[in-house]
Design a protein around this ligand. Sequence first.
Ligand SMILES: Nc1ncnc2c1ncn2[C@@H]1O[C@H](COP(=O)(O)OP(=O)(O)OP(=O)(O)O)[C@@H](O)[C@H]1O
Length: 697
Amino acid sequence: MACQLFSIRDCPVILRCPRSASIIGRAFPFKLKYLSFPSRTRRLLSPGPDSSSGRRRTFYRVESTSALGNGKSVLEDDSLLGDWTNNRKSEEMEQDGRKSDRPKNRARVRNSERDSKASVRNVASSKRTKDIDSNFLQAISNRRGKRSLDESRASGSKVSPTKKRVFNHLDEENGEKERNISSLPKNVAPNHSGHVKKETSDNVAGGTLSSELGSLSSVVEDESYLSETRFDHCLLSPLSLKGVKEAGYVRMTLVQEATLPLILEGKDVLAKAKTGTGKTVAFLLPAIEVISKLPPLDHGKRRPSINVLVICPTRELALQATAEANKLLKYHPSIGVQAVIGGTRVTQEQRHMQANPCQILVATPGRLKDHIENTTGFVSRLSGVKILVLDEADRLLDMGFRKDIEKIIATVPKQRQTLLFSATVPNEVRQICHIAMKKDHKFVSTVEEGSEETHSQVKQMYLIAPLDKHFSFLYNILQEHILEDVDYKVIVFCTTAMVTKLVADILTKLRLNVREIHSRKSQSSRTKVSDEFRKSKGLILVSSDVSARGVDYPDVTLVIQVGLPADREQYIHRLGRTGRKGKEGKGMLILAPWEKFFLTTVQDLPITEAPVPSVDRKTTKEVEQALELVDMKNKESAYQAWLGYYNSDKKIGRDKTKLVELAMEFSESMGLQHPPAIPKLILRKMGLHNVPGLRAR
Ligand SMILES: Nc1ncnc2c1ncn2[C@@H]1O[C@H](COP(=O)(O)OP(=O)(O)OP(=O)(O)O)[C@@H](O)[C@H]1O
């Protein structure tokens, strides 16, 4: 498969990657009672190696990705790039009569060898600066707040960027995976190499996790997710430009810069870019451009065509993409966007689609299928689709959604453009993306080869503790974090909807400011909570995986994941709710000792072990009392859901006897002496009837 790296100078439309910029990180802790983590990082961009030109150099990867591996790289041809920019430029001049110089395009092809050398250099330099970091942090460990940051900057201390590293019954449209199950690992301790440190008696001595993670500053932002290309240099239609400006976007993000020319050229694109780096605008903006150039064929037609179909795996994400489209469409009065999602009234959606312009339809797969099967004239409207977008493509193409997606793909025209976007593109997705895309599609990645898929400004830690300690440790971490950051905004991810409910209940009883969101909530409650959390500070959102992907809550300070994430990708997406748009963030993964095997899947990520927190007697007592106050029904439901979730895990669900023992631990962690009884039918469905230790009813 052809793979090229490009360095493109003096080109107003092509993406830049951060490697070329020399980046100076500044770490800053608000509170470092216990530790030595760089808690705050500032990365300053400066001209890269070709600074003589005063421009940063751009590197990115475009692979010609024939599914059969025999395609050709698109941008190998400078002239193609030049043609695109020149065409766009003349179009713009025609549209608004502005004078414009013909852009100079000089593209230089770099090979992947150079890229990987650069990655190695990054890692090496990150290692060198580690010591400097801890000295620096030690020196300012007693200072807090912005004052400390200012002082540290004033002192001229140079610190590196935070160390660089990184059943299937699907409850559809809620992003939660209820999983089938399997083997309890004989030896749960992974062979930690790379960044995942082994647990030792030395490094797990008591400490305060929040301090370990450090504090954040809302003023610290890393701009390396942005390119140097301004939207107003990009020859977009004047109406789109007005919308972009009003949305507050000035420069394109890397993924926007990389994909815009390809999409406008009509290519199918599979794009991978880190979380929170503007993928939604990356597909919406060119889609709007395409629609705005379509002839107004549909005027007066009873059922006008849908031209762009965007599919999202969760309702929240679909609503968010719709809101983003509305922002961009502000000055395109004749183009309309609508969402069709589960949990709302189908008839209302039908009326809405009939009465209002709907060239862009954003949908969750189940509801879309419903409209395909039951809404009169809907299929004929879909025959106008020019662009199909799969947001969170890897999720949509996995087994849970695959059938629905295949049906939808069969309904839209073959002659269309397809765009697949995600922060994670596992190899399997590369293998199967031909289901949706043309063979000669382009693969664009703004994640440097050899670098992590997570953000370096997000501090990642894991904590291994027995289940009966999880609630008190969670409470402890939250208390510490709240004390340190008045603007705290935390998401606590739990394994299932009912476990989410339980954890939210416990934390509420502990008088923390908590909201819960999961599939068992009504859609109106989900939307209300989601909107509130988006706007708020000083709030904890306890969530199932409905919030794991794509949801853009600004300024999340900490993401805590309790229990085994569904997979590596889900870990990355959940973590990606913090550290968005270059902001700093922190992540904590809490696992039981028998869940430790998960760490092998993320050993290439910069995740380090946290010390076991020292929880005092008072905290333990408070948690016990809170547990006593939680409704027994919620505990029963959580127990059953917990059992179902781990039963579906390939490793843990394999040994049913051991699984039931672990479920007993979970039941005890809720303060129960006996595990709750489970309906016989459900036990049978889970393949757990007659397993000793379970109570049937
Ligand atoms: N060019 C831009 N300049 C500044 N902000 C931008 C730009 N483009 C998008 N944004 C903002 O960046 C934030 C993140 O965008 P978005 O949610 O699309 O990220 P994403 O890459 O899709 O993340 P995820 O992988 O989690 O889905 C949003 O608040 C969006 O409004």
